[in-house]
Design a protein. Structure first.
Length: 151
């Protein structure tokens, strides 16, 4: 794939009913949330069939089935499921951000950003840069040892 050669990969959700032409089936551990893992072509021949093979992973969480396609053959099915879950958490965060921080005022046409000062915008951006890793439970680098000189 072109993207794979450039170091760009994808994991995207597909429908359960998406037509799959199975090339090979990958082994699945018995205690896994993954119930389907195969390398396939997607779509219908002559209409919208993929030119390159993709990996399709089906997994179940809380009784709900998810189907995702990816070009990552080096990861386990559970790692693919985790990548999609983390990606979805980021989407939810940015949806919240858009609704609460960049919303249109009901009494006018100006957005919140146009009425904020530069300091307010910096506060919102720095807060969101701190909150996003917290949502994903990633470590946040903290700068220590800063010194302030007084005259």
């Amino acid at each position: 794939m072109t993207g794979e050669k450039e170091g760009i990969h994808f994991v995207c959700r597909i429908r359960k009913t998406t037509r799959k032409e199975v090339i090979r089936v990958n082994a699945i551990p018995s205690d896994s949330i993954v119930f389907y893992d195969a390398v396939t072509y997607l779509g219908t021949k002559g209409i919208n069939k993929t030119e390159e093979e993709v990996r399709v992973v089906g997994y179940r969480v809380d009784g709900k089935e998810y189907w995702v396609a990816t070009d990552r053959h080096d990861l386990t099915g559970e790692q693919i499921a985790l990548i999609y879950k983390l990606r979805w958490n980021i989407e939810i965060f940015f949806g919240w951000w858009k609704r609460h921080l960049i919303s249109v005022s009901p009494y006018g046409t100006k957005s919140v950003w146009s009425s904020c000062s530069v300091i307010g915008r910096a506060y919102y951006l720095s807060s969101s840069c701190y909150i996003l890793p917290s949502c994903l439970r990633l470590p946040v680098p903290v700068q220590t040892g800063a010194t302030h000189r007084q005259k």
